[in-house]
Ligand binder design. Structure first.
Ligand code: R5P
Length: 308
């Protein structure tokens, strides 16, 4: 018998999933001690049950992760049969390789911690980890399912903006998501240019350090003239990728320009900027924001039904 335990970061989403699935849920008691440490308590019997922990990992990635680990460990100690993590936004999935010698492979550490507290399976949404396609993948020994919110976001935009929308990815990293959502692959490209000679990095002879090359231009061969466009991506973090793509579409003659992403981190004032720049802005409830108008619940429910 499946039981849903909601962490403090995804209470509403977890309740929605449980109610729509028709299964029992409990909001785990959580609090933070005055010194900053996390406390959790599960107030229901989980012995012999398949426990689903719903906990996204933004904001406060470290605290959210710790809370998730404590809930999982407590459930294991209480005799849960299986522990399934539903983590819509999987923190640290952008540090999915060592970009420089000596760096931590952070997502591997996260996976190891999850394994140590008995997590048997993970369901996540449009994870950045290695840009994996929707479907099953292995996260350093944890069987994972990645679902994509791209099609749900586009259905929503067709209702709110226009039936006839041209969908564009803002960079190479979005290509799998775009292909899955539309069957096509229209993406913009970022060109890194040398701050000294101004040439694209691959043509430059200045030998500046790799990280000093700045992205100065967004290029595309797409005809935007008069089109209603949606720029679709997995994450809006600083917002700069999305803002540049929106500006590009506008400057090339697009009619309406909407921005959509699965995860809205919206650092600094990027939410305000994007609201001003676009005709419509939407993200999912993988992270709760004022523009989280599409729910990932149906995607997660579909996967949980296969397990239950
Ligand atoms: C990159 O590959 C990702 O798909 C996003 O485009 C990126 O993480 C967005 O970051 P930011 O909002 O900081 O530009």
């Amino acid at each position: 018998m499946m039981l849903i335990l909601n962490g403090s970061k995804s209470t509403l989403l977890g309740e929605k999933i449980a109610i729509d699935l028709g299964i029992k849920f409990e909001n785990v008691s959580t609090r933070v001690f005055p010194d900053g440490e996390t406390y959790v308590r599960i107030n229901t019997d989980v012995k012999g049950r398949d426990v689903v922990i719903v906990q996204t990992m933004f904001p406060d990635q470290n605290d959210s992760l710790m809370e998730f680990l404590l809930i999982a460990d407590a459930a294991k100690e209480m005799g849960a049969k299986n522990i399934i993590g539903v983590v819509p936004y999987l923190a640290y999935s952008r540090q999915d390789r060592k970009f420089q010698p000596g760096e931590a492979l952070s997502i591997k550490t996260v996976a190891n911690l999850m394994k140590a507290v008995g997590v048997n399976k993970l369901i996540t949404v449009d994870t950045h980890y290695q840009h994996v396609k929707p479907g099953e993948f292995d996260l350093f020994g944890i069987p994972c399912i990645n679902v994509s919110a791209g099609r749900l976001l586009l259905d929503h935009l067709k209702e709110k903006v226009d039936k006839d929308l041209m969908t564009i990815g803002p960079d190479l990293g979005s290509s799998e998501m775009i292909k899955y959502a539309t069957g096509e692959e229209k993406i913009l490209k970022k060109v890194k240019k040398c701050p000294i000679c101004g040439k694209p990095a691959e043509q430059c002879q200045c030998r500046v350090k790799k990280k000093k090359y700045e992205i100065t231009e967004v290029v595309s061969e797409i005809d935007f003239t008069g089109k209603n466009v949606v720029i679709l991506d997995d994450i809006i973090a600083s917002g700069s990728t999305m803002i540049n793509a929106v500006k590009k579409a506008k400057s090339e003659g697009a009619n309406k320009v909407a921005a959509a992403a699965t995860h809205g981190l919206f650092m600094k004032d990027s939410l305000i900027k994007l609201k001003e720049l676009t005709d419509y802005l939407v993200v999912t409830d993988s992270i709760f924001t004022p523009v989280s108008n599409v729910s990932v619940a149906p995607l997660i429910i579909e996967e949980l039904k296969k397990i239950n």
